[in-house]
Each structure stands twice: as structure tokens, then as C-alpha cells.
Design a binder for this molecule. Sequence first.
Ligand code: TRP
Length: 460
Amino acid sequence: MEEQRESWGSKTGFILAAAGSAIGLGNIWKFPYIAGENGGASFVIVYLICIATIGLPVLIAEILIGRSGQRNPVGAFRKLSHSKFWAGVGGMGIVGGFLILSFYAIIAGWAIGYIVEAITGSFFDFVDPAASAEYFKDLVGNVYWILGYFILFMILTTVIVFAGVRKGIERGSKIMMPILFVLLIVLMVRGVTLDGAGKGLDFLWNPDWSKINANSILIALGHAFFTLSLGMGAMLTYGSYMSKKDNIVISAAQIVFLDTLIALIAGMAIFSSVFAAGLDPQAGPGLIFHTLPSVFIKMPGGYFFSIIFFILLTLAALTSSISLLEVVVSYFVDERKWKRHNAAIVLAFIITLLGVPSALSFNVLSDFKIFGLDFFALVDFLASNIMLPLGGLLISIFVAWIWGYDRVIPNLKEGAQNLFEKYPWIIVCWKIFLKYFSPILIFLVFLHSIGILDKIINLF
Ligand code: TRP
């Protein structure tokens, strides 16, 4: 007899866990800075279109593969396709899980480190963003600091995944997600009530179409993937713990809604504060670590709000990192028959080792470059720009072209009968988007990534 597969305790549990996976550093760290660099409001509109036309259909497809296959990415693809090639596509997702977590947890570690900096009041020494940038460089330049917080964050992630789907991931998400939401609202209210916040809101809501070009559209599309945790089987794995009584389409729409809402609120909180302090919204990846600390010291109650902000960032990262570790763990539990407890510890350990060179690329290994990229940037590039779009492309192709609609539709209808009877056009739209739009657009993102690679190689 096969052991009973773990499952979510409730529908809300699944939605909070999946929204937790989606909502992460992508929403609070990356979205604001790429929106800042690409013209604000016009970029936001393009991003929203990408989320609705590509993100949502692919999210439904991923959850559907997981729920129908009732396995980790490799097992689910193998069971549904009986083909080694497609099992290999699942395998790429497992590798992606290793790679993404190994660098994601480093940035998440900075967030924990910054909670401590906020509490000890370090930010009050910053006279300007340049001073705080200098300070940031010193921190990440310190091997012990960067490795210490990285390892601490990996331990937190491991503890939750160790405890299991229901007792760890679901319970953790049910506690952390509401706190995250409240903290973010507090920060947004603080931000928009500052003197001069209006310019920040204008930046986020008044489109400047001259800033939009092909490049920014592809960035928006790539980010739609990253922020919804698509392309490597994280949502597939979470979907494999979902009940056949639940409605995939509605759940996916709720996850997308929550993820987008949080990104927009984070954008409002950050841009209103940055503009109120008269600083530059185009600061790039350093926006929240360089610019924000010097914003906080200028605002009334800034000491308190800076602590809240970095706690928020840590929680958001944690509900995402557990989904990455869970992908890897589920593979070793399903396919290799490991015990969950051992799998969580051993795999987290391996991922931590894999992350060490990335962490060191901010200090002792900073001069070590492959194709002009340091180790951290290389792993990030491989995973986020190559594997995720490729995975997303193959997932859409599998569901739309290979699996067969006579199998896809009955599976999708489980738990959604009423919805489809009332609105049959939903299936039609989903089919069209998945069959034509997603593969073509994702393919373009992929080419774009290769183009970047090309440019880098041409440097030599
Ligand atoms: N979506 C998360 C974020 O925005 C990151 C993440 C978690 C992720 N799991 C993933 C990204 C799987 C890609 C694939 O921060």
C-alpha cells in the first residue's frame, strides 16, 4: 500500500500558501525597482496585461498538472505523459528549485540582517543614500555577516518544510500572510500621508508611454513569471496537494489577485516614501537596501517603520522560500522514497553549500567572473532568465498541445462544474491564450534572455 499523500487542510490553506509562494522578494524588492527603472505607471499597465494574459493561464496549467498527476514535477509529468522527455522537463524544475533557493535565501538573509540594523538604529548615521550604499557594501562585503544570515534564513525555511505540508507550510502561511498584509498596509498609510507623497503616487499611476519599449515589455513578462512562481513546478507541487473538490480557475484568480495587490501596495508604500524624501526612484536593485534606510530616517516614526519594513520583507521571502524547498523535497520523497524529515535537512544543507559561492561573490570572490558575470549573477541568470521561461514555455506546450483536451478539460472541470456551465467562454479563452499567446510571448522572452547572453559573450 502506498502511503497516503499529504494534502492541504482547507481551500484557504492552499490559497494562502500559494499566494505566499507568489508574494515574495519579487513583489517588494524587485517589482518597485524595475517599475522605477522602466517609467512607473506605463510599465505597471504592461505588467498587468502580462499577468492577466500569460500569468493566469500558465498558473492554471501548472496547478492542473500537479493536481491531476498527484506528484512532484518529475512524477506528475511522467504519469501524465509516459515520456522521459517530459519527466526531464519536471527535472529541470527540481534543478531550478536548488538554484533559485541558493541565491534567493542570500537576499532574504540581508532582510533579516537589516531587521537587526533597524533595531540597533544604524540607519540614523546615514546622511544620504550614498552613505547607506557604502554601509550596505561593507555589510555584504563581510563574509561572516552574509553567510551567517544566509544560513539563519535557510534554517528557518528548513524548520517549516520539515514540519510538513499541513503542519508546516499551511500553518506557517496562515500565520505569516495576515501579518504581512497588516504590516504592508501600515507602511502604505505612512507613505501616502507624508508631505510630498503625491509625486510618488503620480509616478506609479500616471503613465509615461515614451518610456515603454520592447525591452521593458519583455522585462514585465519575465517578471510576471517570477512573481507568480511559475516555470519550475512550485505551483505544480502545491497543486498536487490540492483537493479535486476545489476550483482551480477561481483559486488561481485569487492567487493572482493577491499577488498583484501586494505588489501595487508595496509600490505605493515605497514610491510615496522615496519621492517624499526627494530621492531617485531609479536606484535599481539597491532601492530598498540603499535608498529606503535613508528615507526612513527622514520620516516621523521612521525607526519603528524601518523595523516593520524589514520584518515584512523577511516574512514575504520565507513564505516563498518554503515553496522552493518543497519542490525539491517532494521529488525526493515521492520518487526516491526519502523520509520528509531527512529530505528537508539534507537538501537544505546541499542548497546552502551551493549558495556559498554566490554569497562570496559579494566579497572574496567578487573578481571571479564567468562570461563577465559573478557567481551570484550567473546562477540568477541561468535560473530566472533561462530555466523559468523555458519551463513555462514547455508547460504551456504540454497542456495546450500534447496532453490532449479530452484529458485536460475533464480534469479542469473537477471542482469547477458550476463555473463552466455558467461561463463556458472561460475555457475557450484559456485554451486560446495557452495555445497561442503564451508560447509565442514566452519564446520572445527567452530569445531576449539569450540576446543578453549574446551581448555578454560579445564582450570578450
Ligand atoms: N514568486 C516569488 C517572489 O516573487 C519567488 C519564487 C518562489 C519563485 N518560488 C518560485 C520564483 C518559483 C520562480 C519560481 O519572490
